[in-house]
Design a protein around this ligand. Structure first.
Ligand code: GAR
Length: 193
């Protein structure tokens, strides 16, 4: 990957739409000495996203971008990212599909965390589908983002066992705990640490 760490940490933007528990884990990771990234910017497409509160708590700049027009959305987003010299983008529960144009602009620099063992269960309702299919395992995946949904090169995965009486909620909770560990590991892996 064409990201070089140099002396400084890689300036990172985290994109969220909701709770932001992965955002919180990435901020905590970024504050440790061994982290190759520094979270400089929080972007949300949802002004009510609970995770936006971490901007205030950790004193990180946050911006809400929720234009319906994709071209306006892309232009605003690109301007903000450029103005903040962002070098890497981590999608963390960001529920808007990014345009091909945007992805091309930041090609190789966008990564995502997804709550399934990709290529299984791209898209939504991953836990429900794994339970209905009586899978023995589910898990989470960190991958590069390309123009096809949840299809970019896989960086790391973590398997989680599905118990007998598993519910969608209990599985989501178990997997989320693993997500918080996997995302920092995946970042360290691509930045060669
Ligand atoms: C996480 O489980 C993440 O993997 C998932 O949304 C949740 C966000 O939680 N992402 C997707 O489904 C993306 N397709 P968080 O806001 O607490 O980090």
């Amino acid at each position: 990957m064409a990201i070089s760490i140099g002396i400084n940490k890689v300036k990172t933007a985290v994109f969220i739409s909701g709770k932001g528990s992965n955002l919180k884990s990435l901020i905590k990771f970024s504050k440790s000495n061994k982290s190759p990234i520094s979270v400089k910017l929080i972007i949300s497409n949802n002004s009510k996203a609970k995770g936006l509160s971490y901007g205030k708590i950790f004193r990180i700049k946050k911006r809400v971008i929720n234009f319906r027009d994709n071209k306006v959305f892309d232009d605003k987003l690109i301007t903000i990212l450029r103005n903040n010299q962002i070098e890497m983008i981590c999608l963390a529960g960001f529920m808007k599909i990014l345009s091909k144009y945007f992805i091309k602009k930041f090609s190789g620099k966008i990564i995502n965390i997804h709550p399934s063992l990709l290529p299984k269960y791209k898209g939504l309702n991953t836990h429900k589908r794994a339970i209905i299919n009586r899978d023995k395992y589910s898990g989470c995946t960190v991958h590069f983002v390309n123009s096809k949904l949840d299809s970019g090169k896989i960086i790391l995965q973590k398997r989680v066992k599905i118990s007998k009486n598993e519910t969608e909620k209990s599985l989501a909770k178990k997997i989320l705990i693993q997500e918080h560990k996997l995302y920092p590991k995946a970042i360290s892996k691509i930045l060669n640490l």
